[in-house]
Design a protein around this ligand. Sequence first.
Ligand code: UT7
Length: 329
Amino acid sequence: MSQIPVSFIAGTGLSVPEKILTNKDIEKIVDTTDEWIVSRTGIKTRHIVSEGVLTSDISKEASEIALKEAGVSPEELDFIILGTVSGDVSFPATACYVQEKIGAVNAAAFDITAACSGFLYSLIIGNGLFAAGNVENILVIGAETLSRITNWKDRNTCVLFGDGAGAAVLKKSKGDKGILATFMKSDGRLSQLLMNPGSINGQVVLDSKGEKMLPFINMQGREVFKNAIRSMEEAISNVLEQGNVSIEDIDLLVPHQANVRILDLLAERTGIGKGKIFINVDRYGNTSSASVPIALHEARKEGLLPEGSLCVMAAFGGGFTWGAVLVRF
Ligand code: UT7
């Protein structure tokens, strides 16, 4: 990929529901302990939507913050791309509901299904649209209400996830700041390890033991754990190579927030060191496609990504899907 960027991130935003679920709260729902959750995942709290609040609602709030910072009005948007696996309805795209809610009357809107890689996939696709020409502004969102597809009787998964939305506004690049390199990949052979079989016409999906899967998030944690580290490591080294930079040149790594142990190992394996990896999984849990844009927004607000800084974002999720983006702020 060329190192002359076609787009840059002009604004970011986030929205998380007010309601907080602590580990102590979860102790009352399933057979678990605060000690187990913190030591195995690093998660202390997660935000959960109230009844009736949809993915498009929290997307709207995050988008309006990002648009304001970018100085872009909703009417000026050419595209809205939303990564989600917990959209409002099966169809139309949740991006279309966001379009209506923010009044982006001139945009084309669509969703991307790439689970926890959904925001990065959307960002990479958005960046590609600039290369195609005649595009000025794109709103990219990662948003989930995973609490609606979580099996609250399954202690293996219900302690992990949270709800939230993050957004970024991409503008046509004029200088040398912006997206410098991108990488995305998937492996459908491993789809069974992390999936929501849902319920299409009552269709029954069987797991590898021949048992009926429930229409919630199903995950074989240990296998996912190993692949998450390996895949994000691959994606990060790929964009560093494309951008002709080394890990020492990176000011901040903003990875998908699934488990603090994954992040510690990723810091060790990539050599970036713990001080340069952004971590907020303790407060939000795993918010799937929302985790990278929420972390990105918080990192920017904390002043960790000043003008000229170099950042790598990386994600891994169901599919399996994974990817990374190298960006100069
Ligand atoms: O976002 C997309 C990517 N997702 C991820 O990256 C998640 C990756 N996986 C993980 O983060 C970890 O595998 C988990 C946090 C999900 C699980 O941690 P683990 O250290 O791999 O535990 P485990 O699944 O191997 O389970 C160990 C034990 C089991 O008991 P036995 O069989 O050893 O007696 C589980 O039944 O821990 C038990 N366990 C729990 N105990 C208390 C599982 N969940 C819980 C729980 N509370 N909530």
